[in-house]
Each structure stands twice: as structure tokens, then as C-alpha cells.
Write a protein that binds this ligand. Structure first.
Ligand code: NAD
Ligand code: TYD
Length: 350
């Protein structure tokens, strides 16, 4: 692997992945980051990487649905491997307006697969980054394994399930050398503050209401984003073509417990709000999300057993690092929230 194409590298997980590969692995090749820079893509998350690794990092602004543009990138940079992160990723947005989810997650993935197929044998690996949400919702017990039947409930998870099926089909039909990972909820630095954890950190910091959907008893299995990056890198390098790997943190938590922990840690780390005994008083129960999956939990024994992966962070260590990062990166937060970064993009990328 000499020239790795990363799609969606300016998003939360893609940016953490690129940082990990440059800063912590022995990779000596080039990364080409192809990103459309939607509201969720922020090249500022990689500004220092762009400076430090200028000779081995290329940013191309563009849409994965744009066939001739992607073909040009594959040819110009002699791409031999693809790590496909680009997606519309927020469930609530998919409920309000599914259009972009169908376009990017399904048509975009199809466009990439078809081009990768046309670029065989130059392309030696296509890794598709997916989610555990494709499996639907669990009851009180049990875990998702790699053979759990798909049963997606939101337009987001249905669009990701569709893309997963296409990836599998391109392997079975055309022998495209694919691997796939289905991961649980990530948290950590550079997370856009519309998702539960960064939204709660920032609202709690500022004394704003903390909207908890329904009864707050929905369960998610939280994984620190660097652990996900390590898993993807291991799969790219050691994963078996045609295989899929479940990735999870063995950190099942009820949403309300997550929000309570964020409140308590902020009280401890920055002091209490002047008018409140505890930030927990900010918690506000709001109307439930339609089709809200009750519980996700991942059985990640396959990747542990076969590739030797194991998460380094517990929820306790990961959430402290995450809160510290949000406390220390006020400029990034201000830009992302104000839309200033769109001006920054216009200045830098036209
Ligand atoms: P994100 O929303 O933070 O970032 C998505 C990135 O893709 C952005 O930089 C955006 O600009 C880019 N993008 C969107 N549409 C594009 C298009 N048409 N062409 C090119 N670029 C485009 O998402 P994320 O949380 O980093 O998720 C990355 C991947 O991981 C997604 O495929 C998602 O389904 C999957 N995943 C996410 C989680 C999670 O907890 N966030 C968990 C498991 C799997
Ligand atoms: P989210 O971060 O949107 O991830 P996903 O829906 O992909 O799991 O939400 C995580 C959980 O938190 C989910 O059960 C919905 C819930 N939630 C809230 O209770 N309040 C909020 O403001 C948000 C954004 C999410």
C-alpha cells in the first residue's frame, strides 16, 4: 500500500484515522484525502498534518458521486488502496431529510466501487467503514455478531446497509478485494457537536439544557475514536479479503448515564455552575426520536482473536480525554459552530 485514498477524511473518524496513520504507524506512503466538505467536514482538523506531512498528504475537495473527478484522482495519484469513510452520518438529519443519505451513502459508494472495479488490479484493497446500526435494535440481552441479519430502522442505517450489500456483492461478483467493518458509536476529539457526547459537553459547559430523548434508557456501546482508527488500520493491513469485522468498545452505557457522567466530570474539571448544585439539573427529557433503536452492543471477538485488536481506552479514560480536548480546543469549536470554517474553506479551497 503506497497511495491510500481516504474518502471523508475531514470528518470526525476520517480525520482521527489520518492523524493516527501519520503520527503513530510506520506507513511511509501517501494519503490522498477526498472530501466534499459538507457541514460535517472540516479541513482545520488536519491543518497541522497538512503542514507536517506536506510531501505525503494531498487534499482533494470533491464529491464521491462525481465519477470523472474520482477517476482522475485514482489515476493522478496511482491509488492502490481505498479507505471509504465518506457518508452522511447523523440519524436525526436522515429522519428530517433522507435525500443526501441516499445520494452519498448509496450512490456514492456504488460510484467508488464501480471505479475501483475498473481500476483492478491497481486497486489492491477497498475498505468500507460501516456501522452496527445496520443490524437494527437489540433487546435486553445479546450482541451483534458478523452474522447477525441486517434489520436497519432509520434512513441513515438503511442507506449504510444498502452500501454494505453493494460492497459484499462487488466482492462476490467481481472479486473486488474488499474488507468491511461495522463499528459501534465513536466518541473523542473533532466530533461535530450535533452528536450526543460533544453536544452534551458543550451545552453543559455553557449551562444550556441537555436534551435527552425519551426515557434516556437507550443503550449504546461507546468506543474511543483512536481505537477505531487502530482497528481500521489493522484490517487494511492484515484483514482477509471478503471478510467483515465487528468493532466495539465493550462499553455499554445508557444515554442518561453518559449524560450524568459528562455533568459530573465537568463539575469536577471546571467547577460547578454558579446557580446549580450539579450540572445534572440541566437534563431535560424531550420527545423521543421516531424509530429510536433501544440497544446496540457489539461482539468484537472476531477482530480480537484474528487480528489481535483490543481497545486501549475504557469509557472512564476516553471520556476524560474527550472532555479535556473540548476544553482545550475552543477555537475549533467556535469555528465549527459559527460556520466561520466555511469562510476558511472558501479562502483555502475556493
Ligand atoms: P462525519 O459526518 O463526521 O464525516 C463525514 C465526512 O464525509 C465529512 O468530512 C463530509 O464532508 C464527507 N462527505 C460527506 N458526503 C460526501 C461526499 N458526497 N463526497 C465526499 N465526501 C463527503 O462522519 P463520521 O462520524 O466521521 O463517520 C465516518 C464513517 O464512519 C461513516 O461512513 C459512518 O457511517 C461510519 N461510522 C460512524 C460511527 C460514529 O459513531 N460516528 C460509528 C460507526 C461507523
Ligand atoms: P447519536 O450521537 O445521534 O448517535 P446514534 O443515533 O447514531 O446512536 O445519539 C446517541 C444516542 O443519544 C441515541 O440513543 C440518541 C440519543 N440522543 C439524545 O438523547 N439526545 C440528543 O440530543 C442526541 C443528539 C442524541
Amino acid at each position: 500500500m503506497k497511495n491510500l485514498l481516504v474518502t471523508g477524511g475531514c470528518g470526525f473518524i476520517g480525520a482521527n484515522f489520518i492523524r493516527y496513520v501519520f503520527e503513530e504507524t510506520d506507513f511511509t506512503g501517501r494519503i490522498v484525502n477526498l472530501d466534499k466538505l459538507t457541514y460535517a467536514g472540516n479541513p482545520e482538523s488536519l491543518a497541522d498534518i497538512q503542514r507536517k506531512f506536506a510531501s505525503r498528504y494531498v487534499f482533494c475537495r470533491g464529491d464521491i458521486c462525481h465519477r470523472s473527478f474520482v477517476a482522475e484522482v485514482l489515476d493522478t495519484y496511482s491509488i492502490d488502496a481505498i479507505a471509504h469513510f465518506a457518508a452522511e452520518s447523523h440519524v436525526d438529519r436522515s429522519i428530517v431529510k433522507p435525500d443526501d443519505f441516499i445520494q452519498t451513502n448509496i450512490i456514492g459508494t456504488y460510484t467508488l466501487l464501480q471505479l475501483a472495479r475498473e481500476h483492478m488490479p491497481q486497486i489492491t484493497r477497498f475498505h468500507h467503514v460501516s456501522t452496527d446500526e445496520v443490524f437494527g435494535s437489540l433487546g435486553e440481552t445479546g450482541f451483534f455478531t458478523e452474522t447477525t441479519p441486517y434489520s436497519p430502522n432509520s434512513p441513515y442505517s438503511a442507506s449504510k446497509a444498502s452500501s454494505d450489500h453493494l460492497v459484499r456483492a462487488y466482492h462476490e461478483t467481481y472479486k473486488l478485494p474488499v474488507t468491511m467493518s461495522n463499528c459501534s458509536n465513536n466518541y473523542g476529539p473533532f466530533h461535530f457537536p450535533e452528536k450526543l457526547i460533544p453536544l452534551m459537553i458543550l451545552n453543559a459547559l455553557e449551562g444550556k439544557p441537555l436534551p435527552v430523548y425519551g426515557d434516556g434508557m437507550n443503550v449504546r456501546d461507546w468506543l474511543y475514536v483512536r481505537d477505531h482508527a487502530v482497528a481500521i488500520w489493522m484490517i487494511l493491513n492484515k484483514g482477509v479479503t471478503g471478510e467483515t469485522y465487528n468493532v466495539g468498545g465493550r462499553n455499554e452505557m445508557k444515554n442518561l448515564d453518559v449524560v450524568n457522567i459528562v455533568c459530573d466530570l465537568l463539575d469536577e474539571m471546571v467547577g460547578k455552575l454558579p446557580d446549580k448544585e450539579s450540572r445534572r439539573e440541566l437534563i431535560t427529557f424531550v420527545k423521543d426520536r421516531p424509530g429510536h433503536d433501544r440497544r446496540y452492543a457489539i461482539d468484537c471477538s472476531k477482530i480480537e482473536r484474528q487480528l489481535g485488536w483490543k481497545p486501549a481506552e475504557s469509557f472512564d479514560t476516553g471520556i476524560r480525554k474527550t472532555i479535556r480536548w473540548y476544553l482545550d480546543n475552543k477555537d475549533w469549536i467556535a469555528h465549527v459552530r459559527s460556520g466561520d470554517y466555511l469562510k476558511w474553506i472558501a479562502q483555502h479551497y475556493g
